[in-house]
Design a protein around this ligand. Structure first.
Ligand SMILES: Nc1ncnc2c1ncn2[C@@H]1O[C@H](COP(=O)(O)OS(=O)(=O)O)[C@@H](OP(=O)(O)O)[C@H]1O
Length: 532
């Protein structure tokens, strides 16, 4: 058996997913021997005599906490130290005080400063219980060493570990020895003994881990914790974060469904009840008091919040949410004013696409007769009245020219002559060409919100896995979320249709060229891939 700490780079990914297994050493390391576990056994016995000590709800003056795996497998536990899966907060449980006289010298004897121990508990497996084959998951795994000290055990405990499920081998963990386990490996335990097994289990971080980024909360008896699978929040932080934390404002047909799906795959993001709330445009309730008044704001906020999972968001402010209504970009000052009133600090994301492709994709969705009645109505299928794309292009360019729309106009003028009327539409079968005038729409958002609050994504960058990885890295950082590797990278809301007529493409490219140049100037990206 190996000795000494297991290097954390051996735990970067689940060992079962490794192509080259030579990068990991033996999965269990003997860290020390001969620890006197008598005092632990005696104290546990004493506590067992006075209460149902293994049931967190019955622990007098400790703070109860759920551990989904343990609870599912019926493991009794005494929580002493815990950090959430993304290592954002550290909690010392009230009962730590009862044990620190034994634990802290023990940690020090292993050369582990007690403040680097970020999880610690006693775990009890009753006779006959089984922890099925699993590996630990979450950002914490690769940042911590997992250590076991068997306190009460026997050779009838079957502990198996392996790189994958097929290669698991039994290893005996003897009482009084200290073992480190590579918990990114597959492992399982079956208690074939007629008594309960008890281990002290703890995780500690290396010296280079920035402990200052992990605020310590000393929990007092009576404190209530709210949890999701990956988060732990104090009940006193109820309602600390207000939804939405982000909003994808468009552009329609520029990958908003995909981007929303990618973001909401993150452990710390909960999707809205519907991706497109449309509350700030056509679902807005004008009969409520004006949104710019304090009472109006409260009333609209209450209605808007119905679109979000307030049951999770209020108790768990470590979790965030957002929505994606692709028509907000086209809503001009009316939507911007509503946005400012209801979500003043929400991060704003605009995903853009070659406006020619966007218009053609939009047209094909609207013209498509497939779909239920509500979808056809919402898309504006009937409004299109069977017009060809070329007819739509002709009439919309003529409309824009008639209104005097030009690339150098101010947002206020564009808003007045074009955007204001768009908010009243209850379907999306309009502005096929106007929606591609991104610069004129975004000017309003840039002049209303700090630049740092807005992110532009080029949909083309999401086409390759490398590009998508870069986009998501940037977006998660923008949302102040820890990095997360999304699993489902497939494109959403795709449609097959015949290619655009090359002459129409050329005509539109020429039409959009000066607007695209304006956009590059506005967003400071000279290299939007679809620019001529
Ligand atoms: N990852 C990725 N890479 C490349 N292209 C992608 C991606 N995700 C979505 N798409 C394309 O985006 C179009 C759908 O956009 P939206 O989801 O915003 O449409 S909608 O406004 O919600 O109806 C739709 O375009 P069309 O297929 O041309 O209609 C999708 O194919």
């Amino acid at each position: 058996m190996r000795t000494g700490p297991i290097p954390l780079q051996e735990k970067k990914v689940s060992t079962a997913s490794l192509k080259d297994t030579r990068v990991v050493g033996p999965l269990v390391s003997l860290r020390a021997t001969g620890v006197d576990v008598g005092p632990y056994q005696a104290r546990l016995k004493e506590m067992e005599a006075s209460m149902d000590v293994w049931n967190p709800k019955m622990q007098v003056n400790n703070v109860p906490m759920r551990r989904s795996g343990h609870d599912m497998w019926g493991i009794g536990k005494i929580m002493l130290i815990f950090a959430d899966d993304y290592l954002k907060n550290l909690y010392h449980f009230p009962w730590l005080e009862k044990w620190s006289d034994l634990l802290f010298p023990f940690f020090k004897s292993l050369n582990i400063p007690p403040e680097r121990v970020i999880r610690c508990l006693f775990a009890q497996m009753t006779a006959g219980s089984v922890i099925p084959v699993h590996h630990d998951t979450g950002a914490w795994v690769s940042q911590c060493h997992r250590v076991h000290l068997p306190i009460v055990t026997s050779d009838k405990i079957d502990f198996k570990v392996g790189l994958d499920e097929k290669s698991m081998e039994t290893i005996e963990l003897a009482q009084g020895n200290v073992y480190e386990l590579n918990n990114a490996s597959k492992h399982m335990v079956e208690n074939k003994w007629d008594q309960a097994r008890v281990h002290l289990i703890f995780d500690y971080v290396d010296n280079d881990f920035p402990l200052e980024s992990l605020p310590l909360h000393k929990l007092s008896p009576g404190t209530v914790l709210h949890q999701t699978r990956r988060t732990v929040d104090l009940a006193s932080d109820f309602g600390k974060r207000h939804p939405p934390s982000f909003c994808i404002i468009g552009a329609q047909k520029a990958g908003t469904t995909s981007l929303y799906d990618y973001i909401t795959q993150h452990d710390l993001v909960v999707p809205a009840n519907r991706k497109e709330t449309h509350y700030l445009d056509w679902r807005f309730l004008p009969q409520l008091p004006p949104i710019t008044t304090p009472e109006g704001r409260v009333a609209h906020l209450k209605t808007y919040c119905r679109f979000f999972r307030m049951d999770i968001l209020l108790p768990c402010p470590s979790v965030l949410t957002g929505e994606a209504t692709p028509s907000y970009m086209l809503g001009g000052s009316i939507v911007i004013e509503r946005f400012k009133a209801l979500a003043p600090t929400s991060k704003i994301i605009a995903t853009l696409r070659d406006p020619v492709d966007r218009a053609f994709s939009h047209y094909n969705m609207t013209a498509d007769p497939e779909g239920n009645e509500e979808q056809l109505k919402n898309r504006g299928h009937y409004h299109l009245q069977g017009k060809t794309f070329e007819q739509v292009v002709d009439s919309e360019i003529a409309e824009l020219q008639k209104l005097g729309v030009h690339p150098d106009m101010s947002f206020e003028d564009f808003d007045e002559v074009y955007l204001k009327s768009r908010v009243s539409y209850t379907h999306g079968g309009h502005s096929f060409i106007g929606r591609g005038l991104y610069a004129l729409q975004l000017l309003g958002w840039y002049s209303s919100f700090p630049r740092e609050q807005i992110r532009i994504v080029n949909m083309d960058d999401m086409k390759t896995s490398e590009g998508l990885h870069t986009v998501m890295k940037d977006i998660f950082a923008f949302l102040e979320l820890p990095h997360y590797e999304i699993e489902d990278v497939s494109a959403k809301n795709t449609r097959h249709y015949s290619p655009i007529n090359p002459a129409t493409r050329e005509r539109l490219q020429d039409f959009y060229a000066p607007y695209n140049a304006k956009l590059a100037q506005l967003v400071g990206q000279s290299s939007l891939a679809w620019q001529k």
